[in-house]
Ligand binder design. Structure first.
Ligand SMILES: Cc1cc2nc3c(=O)[nH]c(=O)nc-3n(C[C@H](O)[C@H](O)[C@H](O)COP(=O)(O)OP(=O)(O)OC[C@H]3O[C@@H](n4cnc5c(N)ncnc54)[C@H](O)[C@@H]3O)c2cc1C
Length: 494
């Protein structure tokens, strides 16, 4: 019988465990923090739960331009118009008769408590699922041992409340994730200088927040706190925010940020970030300084691979610290697999989970397709959201992929006009000649949902003609996807 030990219980680890259990292996997951890992307890789930609250505030504010009035100031007597009552967690929206309603806002304590509650509940759900599948879940730490016995791999397990012991495994999966990167001299103190794992421990919203780092994580937090009414400065070392995303899309997001009052400091590398006691001082590489009440450090992650005994065991690790794996999650040592953020393949929960499943399918002798990243959809949960799939604009511009593109701004879309959505677009790429859909970018509210038809087209090699002939809902934002496909069918684009 296969004996599997999985180190790390995030999406890579727990999804792998479920597959291995389904294939009748004896499975142990060792997890330091709790089932679901950092994804559920401190990264993806908490940030998206917070963003859900800030989206609600944005929606309330956006209602104003549509003629929605809130609280007792709303003409409740008018038939057909319900006054929106302030619910728990939102600041009271009602004002005295005749007075202007105060702007919508967040009650940080309530929102942060909900964020933590939801993360713990999600973790408990995952623990229940694992235990229900017959997986042994141990709270503690693990590392590779030192004395392989034949084809068995020793793993040293240190339970949180118990005595360390060693088990022999036929297969080991390293799924230990990553940790926020620290700029030397700018260490977080949990009070003024914070990582994204500490922001929800504050008792209130930071009044003047400096977000250091404008990758997807920095941009998401900057966007959410801006929506929450916080004075936000985004310090970006690069020319524009989210430098690895589609340039047109990042340009729209940055314009929206600035238009809503965010200070975006481009080409501004932070040299140091220090607490001044009642605030923070960020010194930029060119000597300029920026002051705020708090700083949120979002300067990337480092893989959790230092204390796993990998080098001693002969497992190949890149200079960045990432475990080197192939497309079926194998390391250079037979029987030792790695998946998720510790591999540096693509830091997404969806990819981590698939790498973990692939490892188990491969290890346990099932037919398996190697990981294929070309059809992975990714989304920045900014407002508006930025979703993408497939080839990029630079792939097409550089001729690496022979393709054509069309970009339709949303302001021409009927549904967008009705909802007063002014910013955003749908961009579609197809292969020159065949017209096969090879990628797309959507900037829109809920772009994470709108990207699916494009992802389906890319995955299934649909042509722009097939996409264009799909009848879409009228009026709908997805109508722009079909419209973009129609434009790519037009001879002038050949
Ligand atoms: C702020 C933020 C928001 C994000 N939002 C999204 C999103 O919206 N969508 C998305 O797809 N991705 C998102 N991501 C990325 C996503 O969280 C990661 O890609 C995902 O968590 C990777 O899963 P994993 O299983 O590799 O690692 P993790 O989720 O990091 O889990 C690894 C676990 O291993 C444990 N561990 C480490 N060493 C040991 C040891 N020696 N013994 C036992 N346990 C150990 C760690 O404590 C950790 O809990 C976000 C990331 C961040 C930082």
């Amino acid at each position: 019988m296969a004996r599997i030990v999985i180190i790390g219980g995030g999406p890579a680890g727990y999804e792998a465990a479920l597959v291995a259990a389904q294939l009748d292996a004896e499975v142990t997951v060792v997890e330091a923090e709790g089932a679901g890992g950092a994804c559920v307890l401190s990264d993806c789930v908490p940030s998206k739960t917070f963003i859900a609250a800030t989206e609600a505030v944005t929606a309330l504010r956006a209602g104003e331009s549509l003629g929605v009035r809130l609280g007792s100031n709303a003409p409740a007597a008018e038939p057909g118009l319900n006054a929106l009552a302030a619910g728990p967690g939102l600041n009271a929206l009602a004002a005295g008769p005749g007075a202007a309603a105060p702007p919508a806002g967040l009650d940080a304590a309530t929102v942060y408590a909900r964020v933590k509650r939801l993360a713990l509940a999600q973790s408990a759900d995952i623990a229940g699922k694992l235990e229900g599948a017959g997986v042994e879940l141990i709270r503690g730490r693990a590392r590779l041992g030192t004395h392989p016995q034949g084809h068995m791999h020793p793993v040293l397990i240190e339970p949180m409340d118990g005595v360390p012991y060693e088990v022999q495994a036929t297969h080991v999966l390293i799924a230990t994730g990553a940790t926020p990167r620290v700029l030397p001299g700018s260490e977080s103190d949990g009070e003024r200088v914070l990582t994204w794992r500490q922001v929800f421990d504050l008792s209130d919203l930071p009044p003047r927040l400096i977000v250091v780092g404008s990758g997807v994580t920095g941009a998401e937090f900057a966007s959410a706190y801006l929506a929450a009414g916080v004075d936000v400065t985004l310090v970006s070392s690069r020319e524009r925010v989210m430098p690895t995303e589609d340039p047109d899309a990042a340009g729209v997001i940055e314009r929206v940020f600035r238009g809503r009052g965010m200070t975006v400091l481009g080409r501004s590398r932070a040299a140091s970030v220090v607490s001044t006691g009642d605030g923070v001082l960020v010194t930029l590489a060119d000597g300029r300084t920026v002051e705020g009440s708090h700083a949120l450090m979002a300067v990337g992650s480092v893989p959790n691979t230092a204390d796993l005994g990998l080098a001693e065991y002969g497992v190949q690790v890149a200079p960045s610290g990432h475990v080197t794996v192939d497309r079926v999650s194998r390391t250079n040592i037979p029987g030792i697999y790695a998946a998720g953020d510790c591999t540096g393949v693509l830091a997404l929960a969806s990819v981590a989970a698939m790498q973990g499943r692939i490892a188990m399918w491969h290890g346990l002798g099932e037919a398996v397709s190697p990981l294929w990243l070309q059809t992975v959809s990714a989304n920045a949960f900014t407002d508006p959201e930025l979703a993408s799939v497939g080839v990029s604009q630079s792939d097409v511009d550089s001729g690496r992929v022979p393709g054509r593109a069309v970009m339709l701004p949303l302001h021409g879309n009927a549904r967008a006009k009705m909802s007063d959505i002014a910013d955003g677009f749908v961009k579609l790429f197809c292969r020159s000649g065949s017209g096969t859909v090879i990628g797309g970018v959507v900037v829109a509210p809920k772009a994470s949902e709108l990207i699916l038809p494009i992802a389906l087209a890319v995955e299934n090699h649909l042509s722009v003609s097939q996409l264009a002939h799909t009848i879409t809902i009228y009026p709908s934002l997805s109508g722009s996807v079909a419209e973009a496909a129609r434009q790519l069918m037009h001879p002038e684009f050949e």
